[in-house]
Design a protein around this ligand. Structure first.
Ligand code: FCB
Length: 460
């Protein structure tokens, strides 16, 4: 084997409740923002396919967990659905949800698949959204109670907890870029949501520490490494700003316990500082995590803004940089994003040099492809492109690890093709193909390759 990984390395995939469980078939589940948007904003979902059409994990979880064992996973991340567990956001717990998640966790453990449990994957209960969602500080308290309930119910068996998946996304997509409900476009409100999510994360970590459970707790971040067009100061400034707003803001708060000074300066200059109290800053400063998950899909290439900055319209990080369309870049045309395997190495290096070489793992990485049925031969998706994608990224990861990066595992997005928010089922990501018409789940070539990889703990 040219590329080998430690014996203890975590191999598996990631998924999330709303994207996989299925809406209607849930017993006693309350509505979350996705269920609501599915009804009211159907046109916002590709082909009008909404949360009703998922990979049916709630119904099929036992067979699905068997399928994980079939391809030798030793770990799997999913999220709990807040609105399934606590249908009104606060208060009474739904016993059927408790039974479901207990059984899911027990079955995973029984099959040798370590459960990595995330508390929040973009899916706030609708009743709490109606009270202002994460703009409202009271929601932080509701989240804290929800987290405590989860730790009490499942903390004896779950050893790896995550407070949020991609904390930036609910703020950015829901309050700035008009992609997620409530479809608001207002920087200051987005910043408030992000700040409050960070506080909610800190509160959950504090609750977990107090309970003296034996596991680890962390958070999952989406990191988009930024590359400037050139070393020209104007291009470097554009890159600095893109990184500051979209990555450093939240990474520094979580991993260094403070927001970057530079961010404060820029927001002050443009009168965009959200309400932040001394008590908030103290809480952020006193919180640390045990394990960091990194979702990596693409790089961001930027160049200097041609007209700097555009004083019209809603304040936005995009005032400070333009996208740079690099000649010769390699694209995943289904998603319209660049494929850049070295990005994973650059992230690993940054964690090593800037963030204390904390224990981390790749919590999502993957390639979404439209029209995969065209690649079916002999009843199997022949997704060689996915195998190549895996090999290239894992090669760079392996290199970073040989240079001292503390990477503990690699989770592919995703296990079975699942519903992906506004993109619905447009792009497929899974090791198993989901046939939406019949509900059948069949292994792809990449699933078989991944099994071999895990069994050999490496590849040539
Ligand atoms: C990530 C999300 C995940 C999935 C993939 C494609 O940003 O965490 O839910 O939709 O993108």
């Amino acid at each position: 084997m040219n590329r080998t990984f430690p014996k203890t390395f975590f191999w598996g995939a990631a998924s999330s409740a709303t994207q996989a469980e299925g809406r209607k078939i849930g017993d006693g589940k309350g509505e979350n923002i996705w269920d609501y948007a599915s009804k009211e904003y159907n046109h916002r979902f590709y082909d009008g396919v909404t949360t009703e059409t998922t990979s049916l994990f709630y119904r099929d979880y036992q067979q699905d967990i068997q399928k994980m064992q079939d391809i030798s996973f030793n770990s799997f991340r999913t999220s709990l659905s807040w609105s399934r567990l606590i249908p009104n956001g606060t208060g009474a717990v739904n016993p059927e949800a408790v039974a479901f998640y207990n059984d899911m966790i027990n079955k995973l453990i029984a099959k040798g698949v370590e459960p990595f449990i995330n508390l929040y994957h973009f899916d706030i209960p609708m009743v709490l959204q109606e009270r202002g969602g994460f703009e409202n500080k009271e929601v932080i308290d509701a989240y804290k109670q929800y987290a405590k309930t989860c730790f009490e119910l499942f903390g004896d068996r779950v050893k790896y907890w995550f407070t949020f998946n991609e904390p930036m996304i609910p703020a950015e997509a829901g309050y700035l870029h008009d992609r997620h409900y409530p479809y608001v476009v207002d920087f200051k409100r987005a910043a408030t949501v992000l700040h409050n999510i960070i506080l909610a994360h800190c509160e959950a970590v504090a609750v977990y520490r107090k309970m003296n459970l034996s596991g680890k707790i962390g958070i999952i971040m989406d990191v988009i490494p930024v590359y400037p067009r050139s070393q020209n100061p104007a291009d470097l400034y554009a890159a600095e700003m893109a990184d500051l707003f979209y990555t450093k803001s939240v990474n520094d708060a979580i991993l260094k316990g403070k927001y970057p000074e530079r961010l404060k300066d820029v927001l002050t200059e443009y009168n965009q500082v959200p309400e932040v109290t001394d008590a908030d800053l103290k809480l952020i400063a006193s919180t640390s995590i045990d394990l960091l998950g990194i979702n990596y899909y693409r790089p961001r290439r930027v160049k200097a803004k041609e007209c700097v900055p555009n004083p019209q319209g809603v304040f936005s990080p995009e005032w400070f940089f333009d996208e740079y369309v690099m000649p010769g870049r390699r694209m995943n045309t289904s998603r319209g994003i660049e494929i850049y395997p070295k990005g994973i190495y650059d992230i690993a290096k940054k964690i090593q040099t800037e963030y204390g070489n904390i224990d981390w793992f790749v919590s999502e990485n993957g390639i979404g492809i439209e029209g995969e049925e065209a690649f079916i031969e002999d009843g199997m998706v022949q997704d060689d492109y996915r195998i190549d994608f895996l090999k290239e990224h894992l090669t760079y990861l392996n290199q970073a690890m040989s240079e001292g990066s503390n990477c503990l595992g690699y989770h592919m997005w995703t296990f079975v093709d699942c519903w992906s928010w506004g993109n619905a089922y447009k792009n497929r990501y899974g090791f198993y193909r989901m046939d939406l018409a019949t509900g059948a789940k069949t292994i792809k070539k990449s699933g078989l390759w991944f099994k071999e990889l895990i069994e050999n703990n490496g590849f040539d």
